[in-house]
Design a protein around this ligand. Structure first.
Ligand code: NAD
Ligand code: TYD
Length: 360
């Protein structure tokens, strides 16, 4: 059964970011009935090169633009007849939110509000609401930090503690407010830490992979005992499709990988995997010797862990990849796609837009 997603025209925001790219690729690979309108500002985190091979797909339209631009948003809804929104676009890196919180408020809060307004005007003022869905992609970080035990459920009280999670929590509240006040058909997903292909190498796993391959120091914050619950990005994207098809509007669904790991264990595992696959580096020392304990992140949340029971019970979704399988696929992908990482690190990925669109 294809539920609520048949023949839809989907506005994907942030479709050139890490999860957005994997989601756009999944839709284009697996669904013949959908049109994908990909709106992305191409900030430092947006990478059109990640859509190489599918950017020109007849069912994919890329538009460079800002979710905070109300005129653009209104025009997109009308011109393309958008009936589904999957909203990924955000500033997503906690460390950047500590040094530069302004853009987080602008994009994550005002940008989400602008999209909600666009949807409200185009869907509700014209009586189209029943056939439409607005799926807001959020994070488990809105729930704050756990002690040694316990899990986040959909009813856990919000307690965001970084500028990033505060901005995401605020956007979640706006999304809920539009459901309760106007009846906008919204869905919210709160997921744990994703990993997999096309992730910008400022986040733990790709950063450690790249540094280890270059023989650079591997920075681990604090005592390395902070825990994250890792979710393979393909599993996350499939969960989003499931929520779009079968989710109940007004509801939130937690999505997690059942993979709680201490950061230090993740970093050591990556080092061991590279040593096994590539052999020891020229100096003969295991890559673990590159691990460097560094000053802790300000306000560093200690532990995240998701109870993903609701989406399993109600929508029949559970992750397919174990941590070991997902990590193997991830390491293989980064080794096979060194050019992708190189172009991100030397900045040349930012010229891809000019190559693809401005020279045509
Ligand atoms: P990302 O940083 O890799 O990508 C974000 C994308 O949004 C980029 O392509 C960027 O160019 C675009 N963007 C930023 N500001 C924009 C604006 N004003 N207008 C239009 N586009 C803009 O992020 P990601 O890791 O792919 O995360 C996607 C979503 O998932 C985010 O909402 C994030 O909060 C959420 N999330 C991510 C994780 C994770 O582990 N990565 C976990 C939980 C939730
Ligand atoms: P990150 O990938 O930034 O995701 P988030 O902060 O959203 O969980 O970080 C994952 C964990 O790894 C987090 O506990 C911080 C830690 N970390 C390091 O120890 N070293 C690093 O260089 C980075 C980027 C993160």
């Amino acid at each position: 059964m294809r539920g609520e997603l048949m023949n839809k025209t989907i506005l994907v925001t942030g479709g050139c970011g890490f999860i957005g790219v994997n989601f756009v690729r999944l839709l284009l690979e697996t669904r013949q009935d959908l049109q994908v309108i990909n709106l992305d500002k191409l900030t430092y985190a947006g990478n059109l090169q990640s859509l190489e091979g599918v950017a020109d797909h007849p069912r994919h339209t890329f538009i460079r633009g800002d979710i905070c631009d109300p005129e653009l948003i209104d025009a997109l809804f009308t011109e393309h007849g958008i009936d589904t929104v999957v909203h990924f676009a955000a500033e997503s890196h906690v460390d950047r939110s500590i040094t530069d919180p302004d853009t987080f408020v602008r994009t994550n809060v005002f940008g989400t509000f602008t999209l909600l307004e666009g949807a409200r005007k185009y869907w509700l003022d014209q009586g189209k609401g029943n056939n439409c869905r607005f799926l807001h992609v959020s994070t488990d970080e809105v729930y704050g930090s756990l002690g040694k035990t316990g899990y986040f459920t959909e009813t856990t009280r919000y307690d965001p503690r970084s500028p990033y999670s505060a901005s995401k929590a605020s956007s979640d509240h706006f999304v809920r407010a539009y459901f309760h006040t106007y009846g906008l058909p919204v869905l919210i997903t709160n997921c744990s830490n994703n990993y997999g292909p096309y992730q910008f190498p400022e986040k733990l796993i790709p950063l450690i992979l790249n540094n280890a391959l270059q023989g650079k120091a591997l920075p681990v914050y604090g005592d390395g005992g902070n825990v994250r619950d890792w979710l393979y990005v393909r599993d996350h994207c499939e969960a989003i499709v499931r929520v779009l098809e079968h989710g109940q509007t007004g509801e939130a669904y937690n999505i997690g990988g059942h993979n709680e790991k201490k950061n230090i264990d993740v970093v050591e595992l990556l080092c061991d995997m590279l040593d096994t696959k590539l052999g020891l580096p020229e100096n003969g020392k295991p890559r673990k010797t590159l691990i460097t304990m560094v000053k802790d992140r300000l306000g560093h949340d200690r532990r995240y862990a998701i109870d993903a029971g609701k989406i399993d019970r109600e929508l029949g979704w559970r992750p397919k990849y174990t941590f070991e399988q997902g990590m193997k696929k991830t390491v293989d992908w980064y080794l096979e796609n060194k050019k992708w990482s190189e172009s991100v690190m030397d900045g040349s990925y930012q010229q891809y837009y000019t190559k693809m669109y401005e020279q045509k």
